[in-house]
Design a protein around this ligand. Structure first.
Ligand SMILES: [Zn+2]
Length: 235
């Protein structure tokens, strides 16, 4: 893999704010401003120690994402890219009547084994790159997944392949400019390949996606104000 998704090899080593307390090196692309972990082969994804995924409820990150998804989803099928604990999809299954089929995919075998699976949701221990393009979705949502994804360009392009006409795409990621040492779960350099800023995620989505256009862009709160970036796109 090249240093950056945009093909640029030059990067500037950066150390800002609380990042200096963590012994990882981050580099910022001189072409597109993407920030990457350097010299560490990030893993995707391990749960926090002793986390009970089956009995955990909705957390602050789910609530923040659900609010925006509720305002923007359209009737039809829904695909969750990197569903993690699966709680978001459970809530949508029970509360959003316009949603027909739900497919939830999670690449991590560990997380997939720990998560609770309910009737009415189709689960896959895979990435969307493994999916057949004949499947089409009116809604594609991805919460706190893209920061883990190495082949980010192919994965975004695949979202376009799997989306129906007039589809909605919702992406949320940690906002690295506002995560700090007390909430550093939002900044896990050993698990996160990418560390997004408002500028860098906009650059990425606008350059890579050909069919989707950004219609909503928010800095929202998980633990601290503005520590989550949310983007709503429509075809
Ligand atoms: Zn770049």
């Amino acid at each position: 893999m090249k240093f950056c998704w945009c093909g640029e090899e030059k990067h500037e080593v950066i150390s800002r704010g609380n990042w200096r307390y963590l012994h990882y090196v981050l580099g910022e692309c001189q072409n597109c401003s993407a920030i990457r972990t350097i010299g560490y082969d990030c893993i995707s994804s391990k749960p926090a120690p002793n986390l009970d995924l089956k009995n955990a409820g909705l957390g602050p990150r789910h609530m923040a994402s659900l609010k925006t998804i509720k305002e923007n989803y359209i009737d039809g099928n829904l695909l969750d890219v990197g569903c993690g604990d699966g709680k978001l999809d459970q809530y949508i299954r029970k509360n959003y009547s316009g949603i027909k089929k739900i497919k939830a995919v999670e690449k991590s075998r560990l997380i997939f084994g720990l998560m609770e699976k309910i009737d009415g949701i189709e689960y896959g221990n895979e990435t969307i790159l493994d999916m057949n393009n004949d499947e089409k979705y009116e809604n594609i949502v991805s919460t706190h997944c893209f920061e883990h994804v190495k082949n980010i360009v192919e994965t975004l392009q695949k979202c376009e392949d799997l989306s129906s006409e007039n589809a909605m795409l919702y992406i949320s990621v940690p906002n690295v400019e506002y995560v700090n040492f007390t909430n550093f779960l939002g900044f896990s350099p050993d698990e996160h390949c990418w560390h997004f800023t408002k500028k860098s995620i906009r650059n990425l989505l606008e350059k890579v996606l050909k069919e989707f256009k950004i219609v909503g862009f928010y800095e929202s709160k998980i633990w601290d104000s503005r520590d989550q970036l949310e983007v709503v796109l429509k075809k």
